[in-house]
Structure formats: structure tokens, C-alpha cells
Design a protein around this ligand. Sequence first.
Ligand SMILES: Nc1nc2c(ncn2[C@@H]2O[C@H](COP(=O)(O)OP(=O)(O)O)[C@@H](O)[C@H]2O)c(=O)[nH]1
Ligand SMILES: [Mg+2]
Length: 202
Amino acid sequence: MAIINEENNEIHLKILMIGAQGCGKTTNLQSLYKQTAGDLATRLFDLHGMSNRNPFFDFLPLTLGKHHSHDVRAHLYTLPHHELLETMNHSLLAGADGAVFIVDSRLSKLPDSEEQFRKLKNHIRLAHKSIADFPIVVQFNHRDDPQAVPVDALRIAFHLENAPTVESVAVQDIGTVECLDALADMILNHMEVPAPLDAGLG
Ligand SMILES: Nc1nc2c(ncn2[C@@H]2O[C@H](COP(=O)(O)OP(=O)(O)O)[C@@H](O)[C@H]2O)c(=O)[nH]1
Ligand SMILES: [Mg+2]
């Protein structure tokens, strides 16, 4: 759940990056880190080293800007795809404010992505009851692949009539910030944020 710290006017969001192996979860975090690290004193936490494509999960704290005078801080996690870690998926999802679901646009990867999406919807039902109330942005990644499935076909395959979607080439930093911004807006627009403590005093 989002934490609103009224003493220092901060909002903390917990955001999950979800998708099949190789879809680009770690690459998204690396891209976001690269593009925001300049004005941040935060670090990418990688429990097993970025080079060996983590078997566990990555964690990245970021500052996103202001919302009603509060500093918005996002805590990004990637979820592991390994079957044995389903329990952890569930507990991570239970406290999450929203998720980026990353679809690997390559034709050969579609079955994997579809299976992950089905699982995600099940986890949401278990943890949040209503999928309609859980903010999700779908990111179509690997758009640079010559065999990338057309976006219209992906929208139909994943039944995304109304869901917000973003096209990306995470490895080239295309679409990653846009995607996170879209999700943060969705979450924040549905949150009741109290007036900051110093409101009206200045
Ligand atoms: N060409 C291309 N490669 C990508 C893209 N996104 C990620 N990759 C590469 O795909 C591989 C798997 O990405 P990774 O982020 O480790 O996937 P994860 O398993 O979801 O964390 C890596 O070699 C990335 O550099 C993309 O949009 N285009
Ligand atoms: Mg990874």
C-alpha cells in the first residue's frame, strides 16, 4: 500500500515490474536508473549481480517528482518468474500499489507472456479482489525486433481494450520513463492525499 509520510510530505509507492523471462524487467530498471540517477542519491539494489541476470529480484528506489506538494518516491521491484517463488509473488503483490506488465513483442515469446499475464490476473484476484481497481500499465517491449507482433494484434491477444499501453525498446531507453509516469499518474489520481502540513501557513 502507498505510504503517505505527512511529516516530510512524501508519498511512497510500491510498483512491480512483471513479465516473462527475458521480456525486459531488469533492463527497464537499468534504463530508469540511468535516466534518473543524475538527480538522485539512490542506488539500484541487485541481490545477485546485474551481469548474471538475477534469479531473485531487483529493487530500485526512485524519486518521481511532486504530487500535491508531496515528493513522490517509487520503490520498483521485479518479480521472479520461477515457479517456486509463486508464494513470494503473492506476498509482494498483496502490498503493491500498481504494476507494469511487460509483454515481449517477439512472436516466439507470446505464449510465455500470455501465461504470465494469466498468472498475474490470478494473483491480483487473490490479493486485491478486483482487477479493475488495481492500476496496471502494459508495456509492449522489444518493439525493435523485426518479428515484433503488431501492437493492435497484441491488444487483442491480451484483451486490452481499455488498459493503458506503452511501446518500448527498453535497451535503448525508449518508453521506459513514459511507462512509469503513466502508472504513477494512475495510482496517484486514485489516491486521497492530505494537504501538506505547511499548507496555508506561508
Ligand atoms: N533488442 C532488444 N533487446 C532488449 C530489449 N529489452 C531488453 N532487451 C534484452 O533482452 C535480454 C533480457 O532482458 P532482461 O531485462 O534481463 O529480462 P528479464 O528477464 O525480464 O529481467 C537482455 O539481453 C536485454 O538487453 C529491447 O527492447 N530490445
Ligand atoms: Mg531480470
